[in-house]
Design a protein around this ligand. Sequence first.
Ligand code: FES
Length: 201
Amino acid sequence: MSAESFEFTGDFLKEAQRNIAKYPQGRQQSAVLTLLFLAQEQRHDQGHYCDEAVMRTISEMLDMPYIRVMEVASFFTQINLEPVGEFHIQLCGTTPCMLRGAEDIKSAIESKLGIHAGQTTPDKKFTLTEVECLGACCNAPMVQINDDYFEDLTPDIMTGLIEKLAKGEAVTPGPQNGRSGSEPEGGPKTLQTGPAPQIRS
Ligand code: FES
């Protein structure tokens, strides 16, 4: 599925140029990560990934060695080096999520989809990737699906989300156990009593 060439087009080209221009002369290489993101977005319907053609184009645009672009692209899991499915499930497996049941969430995904981490379903609908902390540890365990976080998961909830996505039904991002944000389960437990807040005029 590797494309032979890649060029930024339309709004993606404008945004790439705008980002390159943000940096002082000689420092344009600082835009490399943004350009990788933009290229991936432009290829949203073609696997949402950056291959050699993308990285060669970016290396020419930024006048930096191809290998340096490759180093950045391969360091961040946010940059896909292989095509991903319509729904890219990124499962956090770092310690807080692991202690809160990430392994069970992973098993639920694997058994529902019949794939393992790093694989895509034959119909190209779902890809499962295991990643490091996504910064939502207060709501562990969690996954990111495309651009949204789904938190406070159980294996049953995770399976239900996959079923809805497979049927094209809407799903609601955020905590899946009813709490708001990362407040304590059952609602706020502190600062319930005390003097009324002073309102400044
Ligand atoms: S450990 Fe999973 S979000 Fe931080």
